[in-house]
Design a protein around this ligand. Structure first.
Ligand code: NAI
Length: 301
């Protein structure tokens, strides 16, 4: 059955170009009313301009959809509040937030300076807090919400030269995990998308063949599903790369138990501790405590 977004209001940050623009166009095509947010700067976060947000909003409005442009920066608390205000003023509610805005300031760790670190954390990580926090309050009141945060394989797996970006992107996974728990009672679901796509952010990094394979249009279906009412999951991470879709998760190995554990024990049993056979995917922090406690009890400890 077709996934409709009729009567839904979506905020997509960084929707002036790249992936965000495609998310916004597709959500609008499926009936959502859109706040197209974009600061309109360069990939490194310098500069700003009204053009990109306005262009995407115009594109939506010209093709029969409903969109307003918003050029606030996600990097400030005031910007985040203003973005939700834009949605409320234009459409009276906010159902969906796609935290997609992003910048890059790559530098190997030993050379990393504050000017590469802080803006990257501000846009990706604090930006998600700035935008999601006022929207979450509304979502809680109305008993409905969908939040999608753009994480990255650079955070999930690491990427040379991107310690700032990796940390911010993995921070979003932590934020999403807890939003999923705190939102559950209010039908608010939060998930992460880990895209791989040819955009201005990646075109200089990808080789020709990869560039061709990683069509950004093929990330949108996954984001649409995660943003839809029918999305069955919360607190999860999905990879979308050139039409491949997969799930990332954190697993806990069965591990090893010794009530008189020593460092030597850890050393001797390290292969067993690391062995991934029989791993479990736990849904929240308390589950890990109960798994460990049950292991201790079962062994008579
Ligand atoms: P992009 O550079 O085309 O889009 C990012 C957009 O965010 C730009 O339009 C930019 O103006 C906007 N933006 C930057 N700072 C902002 C701020 N403070 N406030 C509002 N808007 C701001 O890049 P792309 O590839 O479309 O990236 C979208 C998201 O996906 C980013 O979060 C990126 O980190 C993430 N991502 C992309 C991957 C890829 O392969 N393209 C891989 C993994 C993650």
């Amino acid at each position: 059955m077709a996934l409709s977004f009729d009567n839904r209001v979506a905020v997509v940050t960084g929707a002036g170009g790249g992936l965000g623009r495609l998310y916004a166009l597709e959500l609008a095509r499926r009936g959502a009313r859109l706040v197209v947010n974009d600061l309109g700067g360069a990939t490194d976060g310098t500069g700003s301009g009204e053009g990109p947000a306005q262009r995407t909003a115009t594109e939506i409005n010209h093709s029969g959809g409903e969109a307003v442009a918003d050029t606030n920066s996600v990097a400030t608390k005031e910007g985040g509040v203003a973005i939700t205000e834009t949605a409320l003023e234009a459409f009276g509610r906010v159902d969906i937030v796609i935290n997609n805005a992003g910048i890059l300031r790559d530098r190997t760790f030993h050379k990393l300076e504050d000017e590469q670190l802080h803006p990257v954390l501000a846009v990706h990580l604090r930006g998600a807090f700035n935008v999601a926090r006022p929207a979450f309050v509304r979502m809680r009141e109305q008993g409905y919400g969908r939040i999608v945060c753009a994480t990255s394989n650079a955070g999930l797996l690491g990427n040379f030269g991107q310690s700032n970006y990796s940390a911010a992107k993995m921070g979003l996974v932590g934020l999403t995990n807890t939003l999923a728990l705190e939102g559950a009672r209010y039908n608010i679901k939060a998930n992460c998308i880990a895209p791989v796509a040819t955009t201005r952010m990646t075109e200089a990094i990808f080789g020709e063949e990869i560039k061709e394979a990683m069509n950004p249009e093929l990330v949108t279906p996954v984001v649409c599903f995660l943003a839809h009412e029918d999305c069955p999951v919360s607190g999860e991470v999905y990879s979308a790369a050139g039409g491949t879709v997969a799930r990332y998760f954190v697993g806990r190995t069965p591990g090893y138990y010794n009530p008189n554990l020593t460092a030597e024990d850890v050393a001797e049993n390290f292969d067993r501790i690391r062995d991934e056979t029989g791993y479990r995917v736990l849904a929240e922090a308390n589950h890990e405590i109960s798994v460990a406690y049950k292991t201790i009890r079962a062994a008579g400890g």
